[in-house]
Design a protein around this ligand. Sequence first.
Ligand code: ADX
Length: 202
Amino acid sequence: MEVVKNIVWHNATITKDDRHRMNGHKSAILWYTGLSGAGKSTLANKVEEKLFERGYHTYVLDGDNIRMGLNKGLGFTAEDRKENIRRIGEVAKLFVDAGALVSTAFVSPYNEDREMVRKLVKEGEFIEIYVSASLDVCENRDTKGLYKKARAGEIKNFTGINDPYEAPLDAELTVDTGSQTLDESADVVLNYLEENGYIEKA
Ligand code: ADX
């Protein structure tokens, strides 16, 4: 890669604090991680819906969708996943700067990659949410038919089948979508946000 020189950081006139004051709430990344089919996107969207209804500035960055645009061309080797997560981390950081409660729904199977994102932002701005449905549950759901293909050897590096998933060691939250309803899981997240001063109590 070319070494780029002669770039100077420009400080914004309107700061993150100004935006927090204007919006009436803090900003942070809600980082959902878990196996394909664990329910990350579904949960992220449900939580967003509840926050949005209560007047919070929100956005969801979704793995499958981002891979069709910004991250088109990245595959599923450890190196490509790292680059996928690095870019999403940077984009999510911009959303935090813009004052939003931004949710990301990516498998993000490696502890190291998730820790890289945690370090990008300030303490308290990264909330790791482990969506912990077991491989059995995800494989039985097989919403996209990908586990079947992976078992048949049609997909290489498929997380949980022939590629690793490193469960978070120190997640702020663990949500078991295998044993909870969607609303129950969403309320676990909302309670955390209330208890930790990100949002007002309902
Ligand atoms: S990540 O590992 O780099 O974070 P990301 O969340 O962007 O993955 O993409 C995962 C989605 O891509 C899965 O939900 C699934 O639909 C699809 N997918 C296709 N191939 C794979 C694979 N080899 N491993 C995991 N997911 C895959």
